[in-house]
Design a protein around this ligand. Structure first.
Ligand code: NAD
Ligand code: MG
Length: 405
């Protein structure tokens, strides 16, 4: 199957419809409002009350913060994913006219509300159903939740094309590529180059990695992010997931996707053209820049991210990734090339092992080791419906949990 033409097929009508951003306030739903992406999104919305209003907000279990955000942003609807917390949220929002709901169906209902823009900020495959629901009603979707593309990218991209909304990449690398990729001349693109900070263990010998703690792994040198993606950055599985994400988002072949370690996280990614021109997007490592770019697309809005002072910074450095110390990159590339159900297995096995590492059940080096064993042992098949993908995801979680021992 050829690389998807999702970004190349961005609907022209949307470019027109979003022109004159201030004409009508854009309603925004934030899936995963209490997370790092969600809070950064709400920070920007709060700075532009003339441009945006909040429709629905969702969270997994943090009732107090969800209620506080819903009050502050005058949300229409607040949804807590854990159904057991419905009564708590109801109490926390008593005395307001904010609707309250709970459970997985309510997450999907939140995505199906009237918002023109849905921020997909849930972490993991748990975000797939509501993200897909937003895509299927033709909403513009800001996609932070890379796992849903890794897990079910063919279906998500097919439905983006079918239902006509725009899929705007929030992930900083993909947002950078999106900004410099010449969609009308995709054939002139030779390579896309995803930059990687290398995470907190970039220069650590492999033997020493055996003993790192969850606290060390989540202490990212440049970015402040949720725990799961921070561990993924430390193993560099994050860059592996991002290669697969890029393959779905941009019309390129597997061999045209490269990874370059750039510890300062200033160049967020690059597109190389046949004539030798390489275009890059730069900025300080603050997710409010790519989020602002998606919220306002195709316009731009002010964001409070620190402007670059390259003279003060002095130098930017680059190196090739080390495939021996970071085997996750190799696993992800192989999964991308194998396609079909393999990326679904990669993603689910990684989610389970990262959670086990964060819980102190396994050491850091076992994350990639167990993912590799799961990929070897589980028959990924060729799931072509969401139900089949979710069944493979569930089976992988059970089998990977067994492998934890
Ligand atoms: P986070 O852990 O800070 O927040 C996750 C959000 O999802 C929270 O609101 C949480 O309540 C919700 N959530 C978690 N599990 C859920 C479940 N089972 N059901 C429903 N809701 C659930 O994570 P984050 O760092 O904001 O990352 C969110 C997504 O964005 C991830 O896919 C990540 O890879 C991607 N991303 C994040 C950053 C970043 O800077 N944080 C950058 C690029 C991409
Ligand atoms: Mg990224």
């Amino acid at each position: 199957m050829s690389a998807s033409a999702g970004i190349a097929a961005l609907p022209k009508k949307r470019r027109m419809a979003t022109q004159g951003l201030a004409a009508a306030r854009k309603r925004v739903t934030v899936l995963g409002a209490t997370g790092s992406i969600g809070l950064n999104t709400l920070d920007l919305i709060g700075r532009h009350p003339d441009l945006f209003s909040v429709d629905a907000l969702t969270a997994h279990r943090n009732v107090a913060e969800l209620a506080s955000l819903a009050r502050q942003h005058r949300a229409r609807l607040a949804v807590i994913a854990d159904p057991d917390l419905y009564a708590d949220l109801k109490v926390a929002l008593s005395g307001t006219d904010i609707e309250v709901a709970a459970g997985p169906e309510a997450l999907v209902a939140a995505a199906c509300g009237p918002a023109e823009f849905v921020m997909a900020g849930i972490v993991g495959a748990a975000g797939l159903a509501p993200t897909l629901a937003a895509v299927r009603r033709g909403a513009d979707v800001g996609l932070a939740n890379k796992e849903c593309l890794v897990c079910a990218g063919d279906i998500v991209m097919r439905d983006v094309r079918r239902f006509g909304g725009a899929l705007l990449p929030v992930d900083s690398e993909h947002n950078a590529i999106f900004q410099v990729f010449d969609r009308d001349r995709a054939a002139t693109v030779e390579r896309i180059i995803l930059t990687a900070s290398g995470g907190p263990f970039l220069n650590m010998p492999r033997e020493a990695m055996a003993d790192v703690t969850p606290d060390q792994a989540v202490a990212h040198p440049n970015w402040s992010m949720g725990a799961k993606i921070s561990v993924d950055s430390a193993t560099m599985m994050n860059k592996g997931l991002e290669m697969i994400e890029a393959w779905h988002l941009f019309p390129v072949q597997h061999h045209q996707i490269d990874v370059l370690v750039h510890p300062q996280s200033v160049i967020h990614s690059m597109v190389e053209y046949v004539d030798g021109s390489t275009l890059a997007q730069l900025g300080s490592p603050d997710m409010r820049t790519p989020i602002a770019s998606c919220l306002a697309w195709p316009e731009r809005i002010a964001a409070p991210s620190q402007k670059l002072d390259l003279a003060a910074m002095g130098q930017l450095t680059f190196e090739a990734p080390d495939p021996v110390r970071f085997p996750a990159l190799r696993l992800a590339r192989a999964a991308m090339e194998a396609g079909k159900g393999t990326p679904t297995v990669l993603n689910a096995a990684n989610e389970v092992t990262v959670a086990a590492f964060l819980a102190g059940r396994i050491g850091f080096l076992r994350i990639a080791g167990i993912v590799e064993t799961a990929l070897d042992r589980i028959d990924a098949g060729a799931p072509d419906t969401i139900d089949a993908i979710m069944a493979l995801d569930a089976e992988t979680r059970v089998r990977t949990t067994e492998l934890l021992g």
